[in-house]
Design a protein around this ligand. Structure first.
Ligand code: NCD
Length: 321
């Protein structure tokens, strides 16, 4: 059975620690020119059915460092645009001898479905509003580097939690690692069943980020909103923007984070986004190393498809000779 990385929710804390330790080691090795494991001979299918800049490029970079060849798949130009189901597309890629898949999809659960039919490792690069495990790992590595530990920290996740797979994966990861998670935002942008997620809910920014070690801002994901969810962008920014003034409500040395892409002037102003407190570029950079760890982890013990031995001829056929 293949190993997949489909989400954080079902990982054990030890597995999270292991992935983070691998990422840290890979970062050290890449930065000092030391060798990293080679996955040469494997081909990784890159299936991005939704837009992506940082996630896609960092998976490409991670694969390149690991000597892993990537096969790109443009969703718009594929047979799915001709009506092929996801199952048939995945089966096609399997028999075309791809060894692993990285997949982003607008439907929650699509990578889980792909994993059922593909027969090799699948890594979720973000599915609907469900999970984005490698982003949560990149964020955790960044917090670890800047704060030394995750346990005991207060992390306030501010904004459009309801539509955010990043918020969900982060909430699972941080709570499993002993941090206190807070969701801060207007009622309409927080999940209606917040009891299902590990964290406390705040509708008021000042109390939500008071004493926070980390303030994680989220993009207003308009493409996932039905409309009418927020009164106006201006009103949202007035109440929830992290800026020169509001950042002072958190701890003095708080980390300001954002998974990107960021809408300057809405979730964050330039002062908060570009200040010394901001860890946004470190999050992007660490994305490469956690994705190396994710790929190395799911490929552990996997033989490249092209090297799989053909089944031995049946005894009857042998006897004929
Ligand atoms: C996020 C995503 O796609 O889930 N971006 C990312 O991968 N860093 C967040 C977003 O789109 O707002």
């Amino acid at each position: 059975m293949s190993r997949h990385l489909l989400g954080i929710r079902h990982l054990e804390p030890e597995q999270i620690e292991h992935l983070l330790a691998m990422a840290k080691e890979f970062k050290k090795r890449v930065n000092t020119g030391k060798p990293v494991p080679s996955l040469q001979g494997h081909v990784l299918g890159m299936l991005f059915f939704e837009n992506s800049t940082r996630t896609r490029v960092s998976f490409e970079q991670a694969a390149a460092y690991l000597n892993l060849r990537t096969a790109n798949f443009a969703a718009q130009a594929s047979s799915m645009a001709k009506g092929e189901t996801l199952k048939d597309t995945v089966l096609t890629l399997r028999f075309e001898r791809l060894d692993g898949l990285v997949m982003r999809h607008k439907e929650s659960g699509a990578p889980t479905l792909a994993a059922r039919y593909f027969g090799g490792p699948v890594v979720n690069a973000g599915d609907g509003q469900h999970e984005h495990p490698t982003q949560a790992l990149a964020d955790a590595l960044t917090i670890l580097e800047r704060k030394g530990a995750l346990e005991g920290l207060v992390v306030a996740i501010v904004g459009d939690v309801d539509h955010s797979r990043v918020a969900r994966s982060n909430a699972w990861l941080l709570s499993k690692m002993g941090a206190e998670v807070r969701f801060v935002g207007p009622r309409t942008l927080l999940p209606s069943h917040t009891g299902m997620l590990p964290g406390q809910v705040f509708h008021d920014l000042a109390s939500g980020i008071a004493d926070a070690d980390v303030v994680m801002c989220l993009r207003l994901q308009k493409e996932r909103m039905d409309g009418g969810i927020i009164g106006s962008i201006g009103e949202y920014a007035k109440l929830y923007q992290i800026n020169r003034d509001t950042v002072r409500l958190a701890k003095k040395d708080c980390l300001v984070m954002h998974p990107g892409p960021l809408n300057r002037g809405i979730e964050l102003d330039d002062v908060a986004a570009d200040s010394e407190l901001s860890a946004i570029s470190a999050q992007v950079e660490n994305g490469i190393f956690v994705r190396m760890a994710a790929l190395a982890w799911v490929f552990e013990g996997v033989t490249p498809a092209r090297r799989v031995e053909q089944p031995a001829p049946k005894a009857k056929e042998k006897a004929k000779k």
